[in-house]
Design a protein around this ligand. Structure first.
Ligand code: GLU
Length: 508
């Protein structure tokens, strides 16, 4: 029997979760569900300097809002916990020791000052990037250069040390990436990464692979920025004698102009969110989110799914269940996926249109976009009329403000171009016609309106714009017969009469 698929999303709580991170979580989620596996949330907080309070809670809430919740992990529990690395600290040092004991790692006693000195010297000699590696380690203070006795003495003395990976010289590291194929890297290009810091804290690399191993992770699916770390990870698995999980490195998400990676700062600069939900930094800087921007989580997720993966045909709209069914790593591309904010709006529009009128009304009420005592059924009628033109729920309320409020102003362009000398008289006739309707509904209003037009030999253009302007204040919108039916006879007549007085005054 093959092993149960177990994947993890392993963010570091260094700030809010960028939409690239959400996509990584989504692909992990889809892969897990598709393969009847587990989707685990692990918080990698070993970098104390970059820790940001509130970031873990943000990550958990963001995944919840997106509807891609882990079935195991931080705040979800499970057999492999704790799922936050700072709560697992005791377990890492013995593994680092094991690597020292079997010759794959060593103690390094160089202080930060020592390292700065060699770096500066290298710079003076014109070497841009000095690295602690298979060659330079022989001139540094570490357990490969110092005698056993001195090393033992230093440790007994409590001298600070780090544990570094003993990167082999001139060895080919070959591993398979499920998206990129075979990858070969020569170890001469890799440095002796710190595995255990002076504080006794593991670095990302050590904690990450120990946790992946001890949590029985079968597939590592993460962003392309971790590809350069993969050879070290492969070597660490080998050094421990562990089976390595399968690797997949997802393509970058590019800015809308295709020029470079979409960064945390781009969003508010370019006018679209890059975060799932709003985030307020400790400095009081606000980063806007899709949720507060009025996006449906289904639309956001649908858009993200297609940012790097494709179904192989032209279908664009997918429910989460459909995505689970169709998802495969083979259909994830290698090259960067360009983010398109307009397309994201299009997705929202599609999801908005697909919702029933009553569901839209309920969402509008739940989001407090209307006063709490708004009649749901009336609101549903408004939604039925406005939804074809709306991208966000808020548009229904903003563009359809005349369903809720009296008319304060009249569209200037329409007033100027369509309100003619004879319009007031025509409107008076229309008022009398509408007054005569007993059962005031879409069909009866339309019939009376058409009868008036033929009786007076008027074209639609002589009546329609004025009618709309008086009742809605606007120059365009859904069918006037539907609007009037939704507003009711009294309100329509009242608006037409007061509107006529106001417009006559404006025109005078
Ligand atoms: N903690 C890493 C991050 O913040 C995880 C990388 C990985 O998935 O291995 O993205």
């Amino acid at each position: 029997m093959s092993k149960k698929v177990r994947v993890r999303f392993a963010p570091s709580p260094t700030g809010p979760l960028h939409m690239g991170g959400v996509r990584t979580a989504l692909y992990n989620y889809l892969f897990a569900k598709k393969n009847n596996g587990d989707f685990i949330l692990r918080i990698e907080d070993t970098d104390e300097k970059r820790f940001v309070p509130g970031a873990t809670e943000y990550i958990i809430n963001a995944l919840k809002w997106c509807g891609i919740e882990p079935n195991e992990g931080e705040s979800y529990g499970g057999e492999y916990g704790p799922y936050t690395q700072s709560q697992r600290l005791k377990m890492y040092a013995p593994y680092a020791q094991e690597l020292v004991d079997n010759g794959h790692a060593y103690y390094a006693f160089d202080t930060a000052d020592d390292l700065n000195v060699v770096r500066d010297q290298a710079k003076e000699m014109g070497l841009a990037n000095w690295q602690y590696n298979a060659i330079t380690r022989s001139s540094m203070k570490n357990s490969t250069t110092l005698s056993k006795e001195i090393v033992a003495e230093k440790i007994a003395n409590g001298d600070p040390y780090t544990v570094r990976m003993k990167m082999p010289r001139n060895q080919e590291v070959k591993f398979h990436d499920d998206i990129r194929g075979w990858i070969t890297v020569n170890t001469n290009n890799l440095d002796d990464k710190v595995l255990l810091k002076e504080t006794g804290m593991p670095t990302y690399h050590l904690a990450n692979i120990i946790d992946d191993h001890t949590m029985n992770i079968t597939h590592v699916i993460r962003g392309e920025e971790w590809l350069p770390s993969a050879p070290l990870h492969v070597l660490l698995y080998e050094a421990f004698g562990w089976e390595s999980p399968a690797f997949s490195h997802l393509p970058l998400i590019l800015r809308p102009d295709g020029k470079g990676k979409l960064s945390k700062r781009d969003g508010d600069k370019l006018g679209f969110p890059v975060f799932p939900i709003d985030w307020m930094s400790a400095e009081g800087e606000k980063y806007s989110g899709y949720k507060e921007g009025g996006y449906f989580p289904e639309a956001f997720i649908n858009m993200l799914a297609l940012l790097g993966w494709n179904p192989g045909d032209n279908q664009e709209l997918f429910s989460l269940d459909e995505l689970v069914n169709l998802f495969s790593l083979e259909r994830v591309g290698k090259s960067g996926a360009r983010f398109d904010p307009d397309k994201t709006k299009w997705f929202n529009q599609q999801y908005l249109r697909a919702k029933s009128d009553i569901a839209l009304a309920e969402l509008i009420i739940a989001d407090n976009l209307v006063p709490a005592d708004t009649d749901k059924n009336h609101l549903a009628i408004v939604c039925s009329l406005m939804k074809e033109r709306a991208t966000f729920l808020q548009d229904i309320i903003t563009d359809g403000d005349y369903f809720f409020n009296d008319i304060e102003s009249y569209d200037e362009k329409t007033l100027k171009k369509k309100w003619k000398e004879q319009t007031p008289a025509i409107m008076e006739d229309l008022i009398s016609t509408l007054e005569g309707i007993e059962d005031f509904n879409t069909a009866s209003i339309e019939a009376a309106f058409s009868a008036l037009l033929s009786e007076k030999e008027l074209g639609f253009g002589q009546v329609g714009p004025g009618f709309r302007l008086l009742v809605t204040g606007k120059g365009a919108g859904p069918s006037m017969f539907d609007i009037c039916s939704a507003l009711g006879k009294d309100k329509v007549l009242d608006r037409m009469k007061t509107g006529l007085v106001k417009i006559n005054a404006i025109k005078a």
